[in-house]
Design a protein around this ligand. Structure first.
Ligand SMILES: Nc1ncnc2c1ncn2[C@@H]1O[C@H](COP(=O)(O)OP(=O)(O)OP(=O)(O)O)[C@@H](O)[C@H]1O
Length: 630
């Protein structure tokens, strides 16, 4: 019962329904005990004595008892239903809330299919037990106790003899419980593995098909399906072995009752009516014992399910607010970011970042460059406080981010990831995600800045087009542009572009960056990019290799040093040259010239773009948005 003790806070507030269900069932069971007594009266007082005048009254009494019992059963059903559904609601709410606050570290390991199975099948099992199963077990106890007491009042000897087989029944039932509980746990585990496999297959269907791995996936699923089947077979075998034994011991009681009871009637120790009443009452005792397997099964299943729910509910939250955490006020935050001697390793891994130092004054642009796995995204993850830093510290305006209230810290930041997640909602809602009271004009302006407006307008329903869970129907670049619009609309003090333009073509990237120049003003901006053209305007570019800073400086400074930056520049430049002959050469030459040009001149040129001119002349642009963009 430990599991249910720990789940108390979710069903105890609904205890009024629990008590009402118990009382209703108690009364219904008590009324059920009237039948054997009516039978006894019918045989001993009416049939034996040939007093048939009382039969209509007896029949009427039966009708009344049946009706009232029915009403109590109805009450029990309704209150149990309330208890079950309210408990499920409370649990679902708590689980969902917990999932919101669990840290990135948890999600690094968590499997969606497994979580989904806990939130559905396991929750259902707990709901059914608390709402119905528990009351049924109490009913078993009532029926056994009341039935035994009534039989005792008729003949204690007969009762005790009838009970001889019961300890065997109880022993078998307990052994059955010991075997069936681990078997059910295995079933749940294999069920969750099977669900995970289906879920991953559906999510990654494009990868599976493009690698022609259908057969492999079918085999993989067949193995999990087989495990699930085997576990069910094992459980059925346990059931098959124990259930007949329980049935045997239960029926042995009836045989004893009829044999010994018949002898007692002949002996005139009890009347025929009393034997018939005992025969009726024995089912009050055997019935619950008969069902004990089902209740044990139900209980063990829900206990296993409850354990899995508690695992989520008790899951340690790695990143959380301290007591008296400092709430960052968006009006006061300037966005001065500092990393001081930060060394960080993901659990059970080599350090992803080593002795990392960075001073990004408010409004500065920091570029991060490096090969895959060099630690660029880790810098951003740590700034977001997705993980706690244990060595060194990160500050925003001098406040250690571990002391800042998490929500207020993340509200100061907007991040555009390389992989864009779009919710299954309209494009408008996707752009306005996380911002309250935003006007359509602001959404459109942000979309224009992100170069998303034109393609959105070409969609049949424009901004009201519903995009799928993974933005189905949109290209990678289009999704990225929506993500950029979403970030711009948030008006963050710290803007993070994590390879945010990797999926758009060079031309669009160039256009977006010209607009971003304007947007970045007044915000501390972190740009992770593989293309040097995306970083060249940064105030400081940090080049990482295996978690260590290997070069830092401005584009101009780094271009004068031999090192990975210049090497990367040359490779990218050479790529451009080799693409398509003369035309590319011209473009590359232009590109190089442009790269080396004075960045101020570029910014000035960029500010001449049509969109911006429109924006600042357009009287419809709300002052809020102008402020947001400046
Ligand atoms: N969630 C995680 N759990 C465990 N290890 C991780 C996790 N994220 C990153 N790493 C590891 O940390 C190291 C740095 O990864 P990071 O994602 O910061 O690199 P990156 O420079 O952003 O790479 P890329 O350009 O490929 O995105 C890598 O060795 C990577 O395997």
């Amino acid at each position: 019962m430990e599991v249910f003790r720990q789940l108390k806070e979710y069903y105890w507030p609904e205890r009024r329904f629990l008590f009402a269900a118990i009382i209703s069932l108690l009364l219904a069971t008590t009324l059920g005990l009237v039948y054997p007594n009516l039978l006894r009266y019918l045989i001993d007082e009416v049939i034996s004595k040939k007093q048939f005048d009382g039969v209509p009254y007896l029949a009427l009494l039966v009708v009344c008892v049946v009706t009232v019992k029915g009403l109590f059963m109805l009450g029990q059903g309704m209150t149990s239903g309330q208890l079950a559904n309210r408990t499920a609601y409370n649990l679902r709410k708590a689980l969902y809330e917990k999932l919101q606050y669990l840290s990135f570290q948890y999600y690094d390991q968590a499997r969606t299919g497994d979580l989904m199975s806990r939130l559905t099948a396991d929750l259902q099992a707990v709901r059914d037990f608390i709402g119905f199963g528990f009351v049924q077990i109490l009913n078993v106890i009532f029926m056994f106790t009341f039935g035994t007491i009534m039989m005792m009042t008729i003949s204690w000897k007969l009762t005790l003899l009838t009970m001889v087989a019961m300890p065997f029944l109880v022993y078998t039932a307990i052994r059955f419980e010991g075997k069936i509980h681990p078997a059910f746990r295995q079933i749940r585990k294999s069920m969750s593995e099977m669900t995970t496999s289906v879920q991953e297959n559906i999510t990654g269907v494009r990868t599976v098909k493009s690698f022609a791995r259908e057969i492999h996936e079918i085999d993989k699923f067949a193995q999990r399906n087989g495990d699930y089947k085997d576990n069910n077979v094992v459980t059925s075998n346990i059931w098959a072995r124990y259930f007949p034994r329980m049935e045997f011991f239960a029926n042995a009681s009836v045989v004893i009752l009829l044999g010994v009871g018949g002898y007692f009637v002949l002996d005139r120790t009890i009347t025929l009516g009393e034997l018939v009443a005992c025969f009726s009452l024995i089912w009050y005792i055997i019935g619950p014992m008969w069902q004990i397997g089902f209740h044990i099964n139900n209980y063990t299943q829900s206990k296993a399910a409850g354990e899995r729910l508690l695992e989520i509910l008790h899951q340690y939250v790695h990143v959380k607010n301290k007591d008296n955490a400092i709430v960052l006020n968006p009006q006061q935050v300037k966005g001065h970011v500092k990393f001081e001697n930060v060394t960080f390793a993901y659990p059970d891994k080599q350090p992803a970042l080593q002795d990392f130092n960075l001073d990004a004054p408010a409004g500065s642009i920091i570029g991060l460059l490096g090969g895959t796995g060099s630690g660029k995204s880790t810098v951003i993850q740590l700034l977001l406080r997705a993980y706690n830093v244990r060595q060194g510290k990160i500050t925003v305006d001098g406040i250690d981010i571990r002391d800042a209230q998490l929500e207020s810290l993340r509200q100061q930041m907007a991040i555009v990831f390389q992989e864009t997640f779009l919710f299954s909602s309209t494009i408008r809602n996707n752009i306005a995600y996380g911002i309250r009271d935003v006007s359509m004009e602001e959404v459109v302006r942000a979309a224009k800045f992100a170069k998303a407006h034109d393609f959105i307008m070409e969609l049949p329903l424009g901004y009201d087009t519903i995009v799928g869970e993974r933005g189905l129907g949109l290209s990678g670049g289009q999704k990225q542009r929506i993500a950029i619009a979403r970030a711009l609309l948030k008006n963050p003090k710290i803007l993070i572009l994590d390879d945010a333009t990797s999926a758009v073509d060079m031309e669009t990237e160039h256009e977006i960056q010209q607009d971003l120049q304007e947007v970045m003003q007044g915000r501390t901006t972190f740009i992770i990019a593989h293309r040097i053209s995306s970083l060249k305007h940064a105030d400081e570019i940090i080049v990482l290799d295996e978690g260590r800073i290997v070069q830092r400086g401005t584009h101009e400074q780094l271009m004068k040093q031999e090192g990975p930056y210049l090497k990367t520049y040359r490779i990218q430049f050479a790529d451009d040259l080799s693409i398509d002959g003369n035309q590319a050469q011209g473009a590359a030459a232009g590109n190089e010239a442009e790269m080396l040009a004075d960045s101020e001149r570029l910014t000035a040129a960029a500010s001449q773009t049509e969109d911006e001119e429109d924006l600042y002349r357009d009287p419809k642009v709300t002052p809020i948005f102008k402020k947001r963009l400046s």
